[in-house]
Design a binder for this molecule. Structure first.
Ligand code: FDA
Length: 316
């Protein structure tokens, strides 16, 4: 393991620490530092950010931050937040043609609650899908750690029975993903392919960056040659180039797949891709529960740790 792998794995470990979460979330300076990746805590903040992106020709998907909910009330509040969000987006005309959609984590909707957690989460998700579908837009289920992959894909199948436009996320770092891509490369299936952001054991996931990249390309080939709608979620310039070449090879036009990036990361590249006529969707998180999200972004790029610490030092 080299130094950057070690840092990555330590940050992903820390992303699960409740104690550190408390300290960091309460530090008076944290919020202003977090702004680079999270435009705000309130619905109005994120609607404004989405309006801004769409006015520049980009598309958006919005995530109400939160994960691993073990409180039924919190799960219900998360569902209500999504319903209010989609309604607000619709009132601003932002959901038309799916320009702005939502991404959700089943664990934020109560999937891990004891007893009927998975059912409860799906009921909440169904309500959100119904409001989104009425507003003319879509929902994508984020993918969490590998212990939840099967449960999430089962949930996807159930939701798609009523709402066929619900999209899935597959993570190239998992050994199983090439097969999952084959299973999901059918007409009407929306699949976001990303590298994967959690700490996973060797038994289920490729550990080296090069192996993950190779898997990403194999998965991309399956998705691009398939009949579904691939969503290529990466900031990696090489993979973006390969995705374009594979799309051309498969005879796809620019409306038959899209690129996706995270809010605040490589914004010039986001604009360049959408200006050349390709679809570019930006994932925008909002809300107060930004700790886990921020730690995963720091794990991806050590320079972000320096950026964060500098922000703390400058204001501390
Ligand atoms: P990689 O990490 O190799 O980065 C390539 C280059 O991109 C870097 O050299 C740098 O220039 C830039 N970059 C990447 N991350 C950066 C950062 N944090 N800060 C600054 N620059 C950065 N994961 C998951 O497990 N489940 C999910 O549901 C999703 N959903 C999702 C949606 C969307 C739209 C995106 C773009 C990503 C996700 N992810 C995700 C996260 C994904 O798995 C992965 O961790 C990140 O996208 C980083 O991987 P890259 O492919 O960008 O490559």
């Amino acid at each position: 393991m080299d130094a950057s792998d070690l840092l990555r794995s330590s940050l992903l470990q820390l992303s699960k620490s409740d104690r550190l979460r408390e300290v960091i979330e309460k530090a008076p300076v944290s919020r202003s530092v977090v702004r680079r990746f999270v435009p705000g805590s309130d619905r109005d903040d994120v609607i404004a950010a989405a309006a801004d992106l769409t006015s520049s020709g980009r598309l958006a998907t919005i995530d109400y931050l939160g994960e691993d909910t073990l409180d039924p009330e919190q799960a219900r509040r998360t569902k209500d937040a999504y319903v209010a969000l989609v309604t607000g987006l619709r009132e601003r005309g932002l959901t038309e043609g799916g320009a702005v959609e939502v991404s959700l984590k089943l664990s934020a909707l109560g999937q891990a609650l004891p007893g009927d957690g998975p059912h409860r989460a799906l009921d909440h998700a169904r309500e959100i899908c119904a409001v989104a579908s009425e507003a003319g837009t879509t929902v994508t289920l984020d993918m969490e750690d590998h212990t939840r992959t099967d449960l999430t894909l089962d949930g996807l199948r159930e939701l798609r029975a009523d709402f066929p436009s619900v999209g899935a996320v597959l993570q190239a770092y998992l050994h199983r993903t090439e097969q999952d891509c084959r299973d999901l490369a059918y007409a009407g299936s929306r699949v976001r392919l990303c590298k994967g952001a959690y700490q996973e054991p060797e038994s289920v996931a490729f550990q080296s960056g090069a192996d993950v990249d190779r898997s990403f390309v194999r998965c991309l080939k399956v998705l691009m040659q398939g009949k579904g709608y691939p969503m290529v979620a990466t900031h990696d310039p090489r993979l973006i180039e390969i995705a374009g070449a594979l799309a051309a090879q498969a005879g796809r036009d620019s409306g038959s797949f899209e690129y996706q990036m995270l809010y605040g990361i490589r914004p010039e590249e986001q604009r360049r891709i959408s200006d050349r006529g390709d679809r570019m969707r930006v994932y925008i998180p909002y809300g107060d529960e930004w700790y886990g999200y921020l730690m995963r972004r720091m794990a991806e790029k050590p320079a972000n740790v320096v950026f964060f610490l500098r922000g703390l030092a400058a204001r501390g």
